[in-house]
Design a protein around this ligand. Sequence first.
Ligand SMILES: C[S@@+](CC[C@H](N)C(=O)[O-])C[C@H]1O[C@@H](n2cnc3c(N)ncnc32)[C@H](O)[C@@H]1O
Length: 261
Amino acid sequence: MADDGTAPPGFELLRRVVMAHEGWDLMSYRPHQLFRRLRILTARSGAEGFAQYAVLLRRHPEKLGELRAFLGIKVTQFFRNPERFEYLEKEVLPLLACRNLRVWSAGCANGAEAYSLAMMLEDVIPGGFAVQATDMDEMILRTADDGWYPARDVALVSEARRQRYLVPSGRGFSVHPALRAAVFFRAHNLLSSPFPQGLDLVACRNVLIYLSDEAKARVVGGLSRSLKPGGFLFVGSTESILNSASAGFAPCGPFFYRKMA
Ligand SMILES: C[S@@+](CC[C@H](N)C(=O)[O-])C[C@H]1O[C@@H](n2cnc3c(N)ncnc32)[C@H](O)[C@@H]1O
């Protein structure tokens, strides 16, 4: 919203066009960042204002991919917030110690998080897990599927894991084909796509922070239904879930929630 609480001119039309084509509501995102990003996209498209941009998108719906790609911040890294991954390995995984663990990295960006989870799981239960990784941006999923990363992205990967799971390639590293085969990437929008079911662990990190309170509650409810009883949700370091019990979760360590039976 603008400072006086009103949406900028043309926004309602743009919202309707996106809803009609995509099935999700722009207002699911926090307004300040949403409007800033939409203004940049509008200017880049050559449109003068949101109404013109909405008409352009209606005529050329293929340009909606650009909007999906630009709305989300893409910052990520292998083992981002390493102390949380350590907690996952030492405190959470032992509680899930079964074979055929089903894991979802939701809002995976370029896949660094999904491959980090796969490295850790392969160390603990070799061959006994499957990771699915999703994002609403199809373009970044291509990078994820390629599995090549500049050296700075893998700086937090331990030497042992680097040797085992990464192959030096140009100025960076490629994910070893065997690890790549354990991660399945696909497009999925947390605001409109059906959620997978029967999961043991869901990482949805640094995505909820961009959503409105209402959308965040809806997504957290969906993630809860995705998990088996006793399964875990792993969120980002600024994404505590107030009132987690109403979504069927019990807090369980910093930034982990366990689905209650
Ligand atoms: C900051 S990245 C987080 C990457 C990784 N989870 C991490 O914490 O390092 C946020 C990702 O969420 C994705 N995203 C934003 N809104 C989404 C939605 N509604 N559905 C699915 N993905 C979304 C963006 O495209 C972006 O790739």
